[in-house]
Design a binder for this molecule. Sequence first.
Ligand code: UDP
Length: 450
Amino acid sequence: MEKRSEKKRIVLVPLPLQGHITPMMQLGQALNLKGFSITVAQGEFDQVCSSQHFPGFQFVTIPESIPVSQLERFGPVEFLIKLNKTSEASFKDCIAQLLLQQGNDIACIIYDDLMYFCGAAAKEFNLQSIIFSTTSASHKVCITVLSKLDAEKFLIDMEDHKVQDMVVENLHPVRYKDLPTSGMEPLERFIDLCTEKSNKRTAFALIVNTVTCLESSSVTRLQKELGIAVYPLGPLHIASSINSSLLEEDMSCIEWLNKQKARSVIYISLGSIVLMESKEVLEMAWGLCNSNQPFLWVIRPGSVLGSEGIESLPEKVSKMVSERGYIMKQAPQIEVLGHPAVGGFWSHCGWNSILESIVGGVPMICRPFKGEQKLNAMYIESVWRIGFKVEGEVERGVVERAVKRLIVDEKGVGMRERVLVLKEKIEASVKSGGSSYNALDELVKHLKAE
Ligand code: UDP
């Protein structure tokens, strides 16, 4: 049996939100399979992961933190700034304890780029650190662009439509209006946050859950901007067998999918954070039913403002929905997107969802809400051309037409063909000799050599 001290340890620090935990745990599994011990440091309030779910992983607590439930109270920008301030000293204590108890077997601290407080502990204890971006490389480049802007001037400039439509220097085709600022108010504070996020501190590298065949020029630009190694080793979910879902997944939907015709189903999910108005839910319900396509719809508990979920729908609509569709609280999304019956994904365009959809070979209807979701939607529609945006009010006719356009019309065929080409390229990237495979290999070599 291998002795504990023979393996180098990697300390992972995820942001305790689903879209961040999942890729971080997948990265942990990939590194564990390459021979590293994994320790996950998580805040005292949101102990979402435990060794029960992740055999072989060790879990430690950062005693002082802020519960994620405060996200709504403070808004994302203030929440993240407060979380970092609160956790900094406490994380140093946590690392000091680990070093005391286990000796210095820590090869590296890998932290979510929103948990930038970790940089101070790495510096204090002279430990190697790597930043992990769970969003796209293009988003990360946008953050570096934003970090250099003057908030007041930017807001004035953006009143001019010509400026809004201007392409950001060296970031074609991203226009100023695509920069991920929406929902990130106040802008001055968001720019402060971008500055913190873009500061590489003592980190020697950046890992991005992306793949070069999707965003080669952004990866190159990122490398230039940050001046450190960038490892695009995604999509991490392809090789992962880990399930880090915070909500219980409803597997019964697979049986329902098995009964549907190939590529006939539209899958609707808005990720783990987005909230919907009950009026929008009603219009969605009508539009989906009127499209005459079967639908699989995730309505997360608490995600419909002022209502429990579809319970607020009038009886007639509710009956129609249950006849034509399948509603659930949490889907096994990767399995769903890989199911042959699924022909389209109505998505909020979170980065994980996009990667999962492309790997499933499923084109998308984009309904972005805030932050980088709008940027991601622009890439889907204008760069990869594997889906299209639905803008303005969600109204039943709009929903019906969008579903038909993607699943039934000729136009949807081209999008499906292109997504299948990307799927193949991505699958080749994670196989021996592929770009993501090589990036992981290089990273591991570096970590083992230290
Ligand atoms: N997810 C899931 N089942 C659901 C809804 C979401 O498994 O019913 C997962 C999805 O597979 C993805 C993550 O939750 O990995 C959401 O991350 P994403 O980046 O797409 O969006 P976010 O929730 O961060 O806005």
